[in-house]
Write a protein that binds this ligand. Sequence first.
Ligand SMILES: [Zn+2]
Length: 342
Amino acid sequence: MDKIKEGLCSLVQKIKKEGLDSYETDVSKVTREVPINKSIVALNTSGCSYKKEGVGCFHCGHLKGYEHSERMFEQFLSDVERIEEKNKISIYSNGSFFDSREISEDSQKAILQHLKNLGFRQIVLETRPEHIKKERLEKLLNDLDKTELLVGLGFDTYSDKIRDLCLNKGFLRKDYNNATRILADLNIQFESRIVIKPPFLTEREGIDEAIKSVRYAFDRGSEYISLEPIALQPHTLQDYLHKIGKYRAPWLWSILSIISETHNLGKINIGGENFYPIPYEVAHNCHNCDIRIKTVLKQFEKTQNIEDISEISCKCKKEWIYDLKKGAPNLYDRIERVLEKF
Ligand SMILES: [Zn+2]
């Protein structure tokens, strides 16, 4: 590992360590208490195994798993009972559903079987690409109608350099390609998640990189793209950079601009808010237009029609344009300057 990456890893390790004591590990409880109009069950697993191997993803706010993960299946059964709408259910596991170190193969099968028996029409799962294994998936889905699954893949970004340096995701574009190939072979739909504005990127670079990533992910056969604007969660790299004046959560104008460039390629959803821990700041413009634009974005998700998007205006657009013109030294120098002060 080169010096810059090593320095960043120690910085993030320190940031995350500071949050461990105050971290609420009962994600099931937190998810039940948050009023969102989506059917979500969060599993109290032992936590993302990638995190356990080191510092984990720089932008991820999950700090550790649940202390009694052996009770996860009972917790799932009780949480799923409260969901009445049987159209679509999202199972969040703060990691990878198909990673047997987090959710045993028996539990994976039992969860899917139970959801099918309850009559859910679509089940959304999430996983890192390396856990998409053809034989295992075939075996797991043998008794299930696999077209009901939608697998959320955190592709995050096109550039291997940005994915590694700014996010520390620990996989390459070719790993994502491999996962998409297997899912396509098995006729399983997938949604690729694309982050907007990884830490250290400028607003302009954030937009350009997201557009490139969305195009690529549609080319790879994604049924949906979920745009995930980076949110400010405590004890993450973006939180640290924000506090030293080196990061602003993405502008909503940037999201609108990405959608305008890519909406004709396929279906786009907008995430970035239903994260745990709950962010203290998310993508925003100004107080005069935030609510208006978020309403239009919600509408867009339903209709995929950009007519309303093109009509929005607000005085703050000038500030955004000013931000877009801001230059920055090369990525390594930017990181080095932050590390010098750490
Ligand atoms: Zn505004």
